[in-house]
Ligand binder design. Structure first.
Ligand SMILES: [Zn+2]
Length: 352
């Protein structure tokens, strides 16, 4: 671990045999003070983060200088070294930062809190024009190692309730940096989506005595009509009630609460299956698919019964058509899906 000139942490994840990473950040950046705050929406029982200073970015790189490429003489970037394999560093303009007390899960009195937590950037490769789908299994394995290490470290920080490793890909999703990268959010609260899943799992267990995630994966595996790919340790399927034109959930067969619970074999096979899925997405319309991909992990102290899984989805429904969240979805959180999940699964099985 090293520190950037404004004090942010940066961590290299290297293949064996790389030279020591000793380059210093010579940019002399000044420290950015953050004052994001959490506000509790009492009607919807959910936290909203107000991070208004993100609008006032002080340091902007020149248009031709990618901040995620390795540094070159006269072109310093966020990464001081002239090369790297995978690197993780704190976002300079985070929505969450610092440590403190985690927001209580249920409350009606404390409806404002500082937005403690952490936002990190993960650069998947030094190659500016690459994409995750084009990584070798060894590179993907290194990214998985970075996600796992950071999950363990962030879950242990005071004030962190949940860790989300994700990638937004493509300008259609609003990505401003083309360089292949993802992000890690360490939230100071349990996110609305995770809260809903946990509540559904509790209800299911009360009613049936069994685990909801296990039952869902088992049902998809035995039905098979929505399975896209299945290996010895993982199954990827389009969920029965998919919201997005192309949406795949990827579960390990052995239920674990978070990335730190995966075995060596499971890690190995994940890389192969995940790279295959991303390539299928790109093959669907023979163009780079915009997508969001993220790991759903158990929140701190609520791991019992939760199942680690990855959700991958695209907003593209045809070569020239995107799915927009309009009145019903944005206004009511009620999704109308344009493609039958069974036919999306069949198309993904055929796409290569
Ligand atoms: Zn770059």
């Amino acid at each position: 671990m090293t520190a950037l000139s404004d004090g942010r942490e940066l961590i290299y994840f290297d293949e064996d045999g790389r030279p020591p990473r000793t380059a210093r950040d010579e940019r002399g950046l000044s420290r950015v003070e953050h004052s994001s705050e959490l506000r509790y929406d009492r009607l919807l029982d959910a936290w909203v983060t107000v991070a208004s200073e993100r609008q006032e970015r002080i340091y902007l790189p020149a248009a031709d200088a990618c901040p995620f490429c390795p540094s070159r003489p006269g072109r310093p970037s966020e990464i001081p070294e002239s090369d790297y394999d995978v690197v993780v560093f704190e976002n300079r303009f985070p929505s969450f930062s610092g440590t403190g007390i985690a927001a209580p899960i249920l409350l009606d009195t404390y409806d404002e809190r500082p937005a403690v937590g952490r936002c990190e950037v993960v650069c998947f490769t030094p190659d500016h024009d690459a994409s995750f789908a084009g990584l070798s299994p060894e590179q993907a394995r290194l990214v998985l190692e970075a996600w796992t290490d950071r999950t363990a470290a962030l879950l242990g920080r005071a004030g962190v309730a949940e860790v989300y490793c994700f990638e937004n890909r493509g300008p259609e999703i609003g990505v401003t940096e083309q360089h292949p990268h993802g992000q890690i959010y360490a939230y100071p609260f349990v996110t609305p989506r995770t809260s809903r899943m946990l509540a559904a799992a509790r209800r299911h267990e009360d009613l049936t005595g069994s685990n909801l995630f296990d039952d869902v994966v088992e049902a998809e595996r035995s039905d098979g009509s929505r399975v896209v790919v299945s290996g010895a340790n993982w199954t990827a399927f389009v969920p029965r009630a998919a919201r997005w034109p192309f949406e795949v959930h990827l579960y390990p067969h052995r239920r674990v609460p978070d990335l730190t619970g995966l075995s060596g074999d499971e890690r190995e096979e994940f890389c192969e299956i995940y790279l295959g899925l991303l390539r299928r997405f790109d093959a669907l319309f023979a163009m780079a698919m915009p997508y969001i991909s993220g790991w759903h992990q158990a929140p701190v102290g609520l791991g019992a019964g939760f199942a680690l899984h990855l959700e991958l989805f695209s907003i593209r429904r045809a070569p020239d058509k995107l799915k927009y969240l309009a009145g019903s979805e944005s206004g009511m959180d009620a999704f109308i899906s344009d493609i039958a999940p069974e036919s999306a699964a069949a198309r993904l099985r055929e796409a290569r």
